[in-house]
Design a protein around this ligand. Structure first.
Ligand code: GLC
Length: 432
């Protein structure tokens, strides 16, 4: 049996490592604008301008059970929802502000219903909480704030007290982590400490916030955006956003837990006119490639202001679920393959240490033969994963007739001429 390649000794990360695939949900009153969750900032809207979304937020098609079922069928094992985004709007019944869903036509605590629905589907619960707040009267106006260009900025900021805001955050986080049962995951967003108008751990009072979270939910896992990167226990995993790391990320020469968050089309909040939607194939490759480098994929859905998922998202999620249904073994609990197993051309590898099985995800179907360089003697049995049909392989002696680029240490797999009818076929190799 091979040694575990994954980072060990951190039991609270175990479910997450096993899970590999989660759903991010960005929902808020920016969904009405339907042109990015940063719309208040991008269009320099005042609170008065932006209030039209608060007044008209009426999610009459909101059925969280449907969201949860869609996520489960897509193969997602956890979800992370925006309880409050940068605009300061809260989706739960918080005591600390009136700026919440309960006071819109929606009229209820949306977080409570979502949490119940996802838990009922066996999906772990995560909260996103924005450190930025463009509505709170004590959040000082900085370079990310929509009102940056207002007159008398310095005088206005002098009246604001970030200490009050930091306490507000602790109060809200206490509510979120006390009133909704076990919360598995916390995503704070985000720090920008550079320059004099930035904000970081001193402004958020991150140490206190972190301690509070750990006290209220001792088993919770926390992302890396509190600006506590050099603190011991200041974060559990890193969150490369909207890009694929070239290899398993390392900090101080050590592999770290990582999760890439990604959108279908660019924006996190519902964006009506965005056309740059990733194809099902690109999405599957994103998932497989992430797992092949030891990471997780948190894929985002931005529900509409009526409370349903965009059909473009539903279609993609269903197709991902269809593929995952047949290829679960190659994703859940898998990680990067051991270094001595090289990756054949146009393929991606995932590996499960527990069963000592290697998964070869074939991105481009070759003609009849797949050559595995230096695999001779390492494979006990091989099959196509989706239908468990045997794949025969040859370890011919040196004088056999073999392809030109074949060397004696290689293994040659015989594939059917026709690519199996799955988006990305996977071979399962039982290693010796
Ligand atoms: C960025 C954006 C934000 C989004 C987040 C997701 O920090 O500001 O809109 O929620 O990324 O990771």
């Amino acid at each position: 049996m091979r040694t575990r390649e994954i980072i060990s000794g951190n039991s609270k990360m175990q479910w997450w490592q096993e899970a590999r695939f989660g759903m991010f949900i960005h929902w808020g009153i920016y969904a009405l604008a339907a042109r990015h969750e940063w719309v208040k900032n991008y269009e320099k809207m005042t609170d008065a301008d932006y209030s039209r979304y608060f007044e008209h937020f009426e999610p009459d098609l909101f059925e969280p059970r449907q969201w949860a079922q869609t996520a489960r069928k897509a193969g997602m094992k956890y979800f992370v929802i925006t309880t409050k985004h940068h605009d300061g709007f809260c989706l739960w019944d918080t005591k600390y502000t009136d700026y919440k869903s309960v006071n819109t036509p929606a009229g209820k605590d949306l977080i409570a219903e979502v949490v119940t629905a996802f838990r009922a589907e066996g999906i772990k619960v995560g909260f996103y909480y924005s450190l930025l707040d463009w509505h709170h009267p004590h959040f000082t106006i900085d370079r990310n704030h929509p009102q940056l260009e207002m007159p008398e900025l310095d005088a206005v900021n002098q009246q604001r007290d970030m200490k009050i805001y930091a306490e507000y955050m602790r109060n809200q986080v206490t509510e979120l982590l006390s009133n909704y049962g076990k919360i598995d995951y916390m995503f704070f967003d985000y720090s920008y400490p550079e320059g004099k108008d930035g904000k970081g751990h001193k402004d958020w009072e991150s140490e206190k916030l972190l301690q509070l979270v750990r006290e209220l939910q001792p088993e919770i896992i926390i992302n890396d955006r509190l600006d506590l990167m050099t603190n011991v226990g200041g974060w559990d995993f890193i969150t490369p956003e909207q890009y694929k790391p070239a290899k398993w990320p390392e900090i101080n020469g050590k592999r770290v837990f990582w999760e890439t968050c990604q959108t279908f089309s660019g924006s996190w909040g519902y964006y009506r006119d965005e056309t740059s939607w990733k194809s099902i194939r690109q999405l599957l490759i994103l998932l497989i490639e992430t797992v092949s480098k030891g990471g997780n994929l948190l894929l985002n859905v931005g529900p509409t202001a009526r409370g349903n998922f965009d059909q473009r998202a539903v279609d993609r999620l269903n197709l991902m679920g269809k593929w995952l249904g047949l290829h679960k073994r190659a994703i859940y609990g898998c990680t990067q393959a051991p270094e001595d197993l090289s990756c054949p051309e146009n393929c991606l590898l995932t590996f499960k240490a527990e069963t000592n099985r290697l998964y070869i995800h074939i991105l481009e179907w070759p003609l009849e033969k797949l050559i595995l360089p230096n695999y001779r003697g390492k494979v006990a049995y091989a099959q196509l994963l989706h239908d468990a049909s045997e794949i025969r392989f040859a370890q011919p002696r040196v004088w056999s007739v073999v392809p030109e680029n074949f060397t004696p240490g290689d293994l040659v797999l015989s594939l059917p001429v026709i690519q199996p009818d799955v988006e990305i076929p996977v071979l399962e190799l039982f290693l010796k």
